[in-house]
Write a protein that binds this ligand. Structure first.
Ligand code: NAG
Ligand code: NAG
Ligand code: NAG
Ligand code: NAG
Ligand code: NAG
Ligand code: NAG
Ligand code: NAG
Ligand code: NAG
Ligand code: NAG
Length: 663
């Protein structure tokens, strides 16, 4: 418990209040106490609550309150189902049962869970489970209040084509599934018109439908005759049949996912022109046959769209983005990742989009700072609304954009700048200084970033000299008296004259640096992988984030010192990636195992110095480990990994390619 006490600032307060209340409540009744604890827990994150619920019986009971269970997702994976915990009188809203098979034990686990959670269950995912039709019907009759049903990849359920063939099954499910609003039928290979029609008939109030990767057959003649008699195929899922359904359901349908199907201009036109269809969300990821012509119709007929995802629609170009920005004024989320034909000339038009909150532009190689500054920084409401920006792999983007961006988006929460190669320390300083709300920051492959950037130092042209001069006389020139932030400017001209370790260490003692990355105190996800100029020097200093959940330092040249610092200063860590950090030793893994209590995923692939000793530390101390990657660790034997798998019950995925150097 002592370890947990320092887990989180919020929790510390919660605990203090609790202790106070406890002394008081000893004289009153336990229900009152429960209510208070439940109330306090409402202010904690899911992960903090999980931790708190294990402190004592009362806290556990309090954590089971339905109010707190709303955002909890329970996930059983078939592999770990045998030692599934008993969950007495627990109410939960969300249940995922992943990859279950037809065995009797799996069936009974599923049935018991559905009976157990029964009416409190709001969302159920049977993703990739190998169910029989009868088990399916039996399961769902217990779930009377279901709002969301995920049957993605459930191939066996649809293979025979007999699902819900019996009238009695239809009647039974029609009653229990009448409130289902979301249905996920993604990646079901054997879906046919007949089974599709039956399943959507029992979910009569559907608002959101996903049919991505479902091998829809596009056959001109069948669907062009609108209003003609339906010819439902029992072996194929035809686009005409889907259109027919959308026509009937149009007033209710708000969200469609038709990703990874070969929708053409015309098929998209037929869809968006349907009378009374006013979609809020349309997701068309990877529809490679859609051109600007199709999008033109979309923009004309679906003005209420709030989310549009055209990622990977490689044929759409500037015309499309222009149409979107001038027509879809309600759009809050726009994703056009990998639309490689888009250029600055349309990106600058994004300034007209007055509701934009989430923008994803990754892998559009032609866009540059110029277009982004005009389109994003010049946007009417950007400073109020934008919270999420992804420009991963936009490799022309320079510091100038980041500098402008940081001035206008104080509320940014999510920023992905992976592989924006030209970015330098200047950008990092601006981010650390301005983006106080940031929770997600990705800087992977930004190879120009140095220790000075993370530490908040800027170097001047004569920077090296100043660094050498200061300190001898105790009268340091680089204090705030001289200038608050710009002490050194980036050294230009001479390469390889970066300040040495001792220089920087001396600097750190003398200067209050205000642009330290640590200033982003709410950070939860940080990716610095492949930032090859970073060293222990800065990393040991700046990796101090109370709320950090995931950290990626793969391919950074760190030594044990950084890992010790991480283990000591980031109590909320759950995901840690240290792949190809080839200098770390067993001592580092020992620190990780002992001091990061919530660790659930660890990647130490290609860390050649690690031995069985590391595995033993993990086995002994990691009680939550679910995923481990020890591939290519040539000094770890395959037997020890097998042993770990047998002994750590929570472990669910282990990657161990070429472990021990064997083939
Ligand atoms: C699914 O169940 C069927 C029937 O029991 C079985 O033949 C098939 O191998 C199972 N498939 C998987 C992936 O478990
Ligand atoms: C539907 O299932 C697919 C595949 O499992 C998944 O990628 C997608 O996120 C799911 N969609 C929803 C809305 O749950
Ligand atoms: C839509 O489908 C794609 C492809 O399967 C999937 O990756 C994505 O998560 C889905 N989105 C939603 C919101 O369901
Ligand atoms: C969509 O429109 C473009 C431009 O007119 C055309 O080149 C393309 O062939 C059309 N695609 C289909 C599948 O009709
Ligand atoms: C966005 O800007 C427009 C003016 O361009 C304004 O009418 C609207 O209220 C703004 N929206 C928000 C949410 O601030
Ligand atoms: C000090 O830094 C500020 C910006 O922080 C800058 O505007 C000012 O010109 C600098 N002064 C000197 C003397 O360099
Ligand atoms: C950065 O953090 C330091 C120390 O916590 C604080 O004194 C300083 O005001 C912060 N800087 C900014 C710009 O918020
Ligand atoms: C960590 O970064 C590497 C390199 O950028 C990437 O391949 C890997 O997927 C990342 N791991 C996680 C867990 O994000
Ligand atoms: C195994 O570890 C030793 C040090 O314990 C190291 O010298 C050696 O290079 C490692 N083996 C390989 C294949 O890297």
């Amino acid at each position: 418990m002592a370890e947990m006490l320092c887990v989180n600032l919020v929790m510390c307060h919660a605990i203090k209040i609790f202790l106070l209340v406890w002394t008081f409540a000893c004289y009153t009744d336990i229900l009152f106490l429960l209510q208070i604890v439940t109330h306090i827990m409402r202010f904690l994150s899911v992960s903090d609550r999980k931790e708190a619920s294990q402190v004592c019986r009362i806290w556990y009971e309090a954590s089971l309150d339905p109010i707190l269970q709303k955002d909890i997702i329970i996930r059983f994976h078939a592999l770990t189902a045998n030692n599934m915990p008993q969950l007495p009188h627990r109410k939960t809203s969300h249940l995922i049962m992943d990859q279950f098979d037809t065995s009797n034990s799996a069936k009974s686990v599923m049935l018991n869970s559905c009976k157990n959670f029964g009416e409190s269950l709001q969302s159920l995912s049977l993703k990739a489970s190998n169910l029989t039709e009868s088990t399916f019907v039996e399961l769902l009759t217990h779930c009377k209040n279901l709002k969301s049903l995920d049957l993605s990849c459930c191939n066996s359920l649809f293979m025979s084509g007999k699902l819900l063939e019996r009238n009695s099954d239809m009647q039974a499910l029609r009653k229990t599934l009448k409130d289902v609003k979301k249905l996920n039928l993604s990646s079901v290979r054997y879906l046919s018109d007949a089974t599709f029609n039956r399943i959507v008939t029992v979910c009569e109030n559907l608002e959101s439908l996903s049919l991505s990767s479902s091998q829809i057959t596009f056959n001109g003649e069948v669907y062009l005759k609108t209003g003609s008699t339906k010819c439902a195929s029992s072996s194929l899922l035809t686009y005409g049949n889907i259109l027919e359904y959308v026509r009937i359901q149009a007033p209710k349908l708000k969200s469609l996912n038709l990703s990874r199907n070969s929708l053409s201009n015309e098929s998209l036109q037929d869809l968006v022109r349907i009378k009374d269809l006013n979609l809020n969300e349309l997701i068309l990821v990877g529809c490679k046959d859609i051109y600007d012509e199709g999008i033109a119709d979309l923009c004309q007929h679906q003005k209420s769209l709030r989310l549009l995802d055209l990622s990977g629609c490689i044929e759409v170009s500037d015309g499309c983005v222009g149409l979107i920005s001038s027509n879809l004024g309600n759009l809050e989320t726009l994703k056009i990742n990998k639309c490689r034909r888009v250029t600055d000339s349309s990106i600058q038009l994004l300034k007209h989009m007055s509701s934009l909150q989430v923008l994803e532009l990754s892998e559009i190689y032609q866009i540059s700072s110029t277009g982004l500054i005009k389109g994003i920084c010049g946007n009417v409401n950007v400073s109020v609304l934008l919270t999420h920006l992804n420009i991963n792999c936009c490799s022309l983007v320079q510091d100038s954009f980041i500098l402008s961006l940081c001035k206008v988006v104080p509320h940014l929460v999510h920023l992905d700048l992976g592989s924006c190669f030209p970015l330098t320390d200047v950008s990092i300083h601006a981010i650390s200084r301005s983006l106080k709300c940031l929770r997600y920051l990705r800087l992977a492959w930004c190879k120009e970033i140095t220790d000075l950037g993370l530490l908040g130092f800027e170097a001047t042209e004569t920077g090296n000299k100043e660094i050498h001069n200061h300190g001898d006389n105790g009268n340091c020139r680089c204090t705030r008296k001289y200038n608050s932030t710009t002490i050194f400017r980036k050294p230009t001209g001479i390469k390889n004259k970066t300040p040495s370790t001792t220089d920087i260490e001396a600097l750190m003692q003398n200067v209050d640096n205000f642009n330290k990355l640590t200033n982003l105190s709410g950070l939860r996800h940080l990716d610095l992988s492949s930032c090859s100029k970073l060293t222990d020097l800065s990393l040991t200093q700046i990796l101090k984030f109370k709320e950090l959940q995931s950290l990626n330092l793969s391919m950074v040249h760190i030594k044990d010192a950084t890992v010790f610092a991480i283990a000591a200063n980031n109590p909320s860590l759950e995901f840690l990636a240290l792949a190809q950090c080839s200098a770390i030793t067993d001592a580092a893994v020992e620190a990780i195992a002992k001091k990061i209590p919530r660790l659930s995923s660890l990647d130490v692939s290609s860390c050649d110095l690690l031995t069985e000793e590391s595995i033993q530390h993990l086995q002994k101390h990691c009680k939550r480990l679910r995923c481990l990657d020890v591939s290519f660790c040539s000094n770890i034997s395959a037997e020890s990994v097998d042993n770990l798998e047998n002994n750590v019950k929570t472990l669910h995925t282990v990657h161990k390619r070429l472990v021990g150097g064997t083939f």
